[in-house]
Design a protein around this ligand. Structure first.
Ligand code: MN
Length: 130
């Protein structure tokens, strides 16, 4: 019974809106995920390399880099390309979805994100891990 507790999958939540970041970090932690947070694209890149999360929830509207640009950089880097990235998009137009997939996202969820829907989708996306 000694040793490290086996933790749940690790999720990096990238979201510049503090209220949303806070609410979803609590939701994810209460569900059993280990959560890391980033509030901008540069921090997301650094944290992804350092923490090696299983999945990234990527807001697209960030103060420095667009979330799609962050995703392209993650997918261009051997150290981070295997991480599943799911875009959180404020615009649910089909063209935006195609842009998400073209950037390397495994999928996308429209804002406002429904909590129950998010919790159903995460295990599906984790199953997409390379
Ligand atoms: Mn945003």
């Amino acid at each position: 019974m000694s040793g490290r507790v086996v933790a749940g999958p690790r999720i990096l939540l990238v979201e510049d809106n503090e209220a949303i970041r806070h609410a979803f970090s609590i939701l994810l932690e209460e569900t059993g995920y280990e959560v890391a947070l980033a509030a901008n694209g540069g921090d997301a890149l650094d944290t992804a390399r350092r923490e090696q999360p299983d999945l990234i929830l990527m807001d697209l509207g960030l103060p420095d880099l667009n979330g799609l640009e962050v995703t392209r950089r993650l997918k261009a880097d051997d150290a981070t390309r295997g991480i599943v990235v799911v875009a959180i998009t404020g615009r649910a137009l089909e063209s935006d979805g195609e842009a998400c997939l073209a950037a390397g996202c495994a999928g996308y969820l429209p804002k406002p994100v429904d909590a129950a829907h998010l919790l159903r989708k995460i295990p599906e996306f984790l199953g997409n891990r390379e």
